[in-house]
Ligand binder design. Structure first.
Ligand code: A3P
Length: 291
């Protein structure tokens, strides 16, 4: 952890904030195509103060939380940056756990390794709690934020299809998984300089990826690069470590081979869905129709 760049010396970080099933994997893989961005799978760092805490909490949920071990995105990032093999990177991360390295030091190390590229953190867990989002301001006050929003009907449909057991236990779970993260994000962004965040809609992203990516590049102060529009081209940390773990993120991402604009309409399949009052208000704020 020697010779780490301090926050002000590093190019600003970028956080993708969204509810689950909002197309965040697609967006992070698109961004991974830019030569000035390093955009790995879920790092799942922000909710924790130290690596031992992260290991204990995510380790305990490894077999049931979303069906996979939520620690492995960091392994994939470390392997990709350092070119360590799986065992070496496991040992490096295990030492971080044993020495109880602070999470802010892990961020600094990653950012030092990839400098002058910018680190993109797309970890859906970050938006599950306002406190986690607030922590990003302490760790890196000069960060930029992209709020990715998707129609609640599409998110609910995707969650109901993917996590049937959860939805059977609690009929409102899918709606809450759209509502609560978006509420947290709005509360958090209310305290951020508007020049440092941008809201984009999933439906626009898949319908007109070029104009949305141009807008994102302008916001981030980067030149537009064509590879942003080709998420299935080249190495973008979508395969995990074969034989050891699968990549974190949308398990269906690799079932597509291009940006599927038809999914901008998926909410129409759920016409007649009854959302609670808070979700209706928030959907109206995002200017979504709720037929
Ligand atoms: P479903 O596969 O359930 O339809 P997230 O990564 O935030 O969890 O979002 C997952 C959703 O992103 C997917 O949910 C799918 O709708 C959308 N998605 C994934 N790959 C895509 C692609 N190539 N084109 C358009 N949408 C995609």
């Amino acid at each position: 952890m020697d010779n780490e760049l301090q926050d002000a010396e590093s190019p600003p970080m970028v956080f993708i904030l969204s509810s689950p099933r909002s197309g965040s994997t697609l967006l992070r893989v698109m961004l991974a195509g830019h030569s000035k961005l390093f955009s790995p799978p879920e790092l799942n760092l922000l909710p924790f103060c130290t690596m031992a805490e992260r290991d204990a909490q995510l380790g305990a949920t490894a077999n049931w939380l979303m069906g996979c071990d939520q620690r492995v995105g960091l392994n994939e990032a470390v392997m990709n940056i350092t070119k360590m093999d799986g065992e070496e990177s496991d040992r490096w991360l295990q030492r971080c756990v044993e020495q109880n390295i602070r999470i802010d030091a892990i961020y600094r190390t990653l950012r030092t390794w990839i400098s002058p590229s910018r680190l993109v953190d797309k970890s859906t867990l970050n938006s599950s709690c306002l406190l986690f989002l607030e922590r990003s301001r302490v760790i890196t006050p000069n960060a930029q934020y992209i709020h990715l929003v998707r129609h609640p009907y599409s998110v609910v449909e995707s969650l109901e299809r993917s996590y049937q057991e959860l939805v059977e236990q609690d009929g409102a779970a899918a709606e809450m998984l759209w509502l609560v993260p978006n509420q947290n994000i709005l509360r958090f962004l209310a305290g951020i300089d508007p020049r440092n965040y941008q809201r984009i809609y999933y439906e626009d992203l898949v319908r007109e990826p070029k104009s949305i990516m141009r807008r994102v590049c302008a916001f981030l102060g980067l030149d537009f690069e064509r590879a942003l529009l080709e998420p299935y081209l080249g190495e973008r940390m979508t395969t995990g470590s074969p034989g050891r773990f699968e990549s974190l993120g949308d398990p269906n991402f690799l079932n597509h081979d291009s940006i599927d604009s038809r999914l901008s309409e998926s909410w129409k399949a759920k016409t007649g869905t009854k959302l609670g009052r808070d979700a209706q208000h928030l959907a109206a704020e995002f200017q979504y129709e709720l037929p």
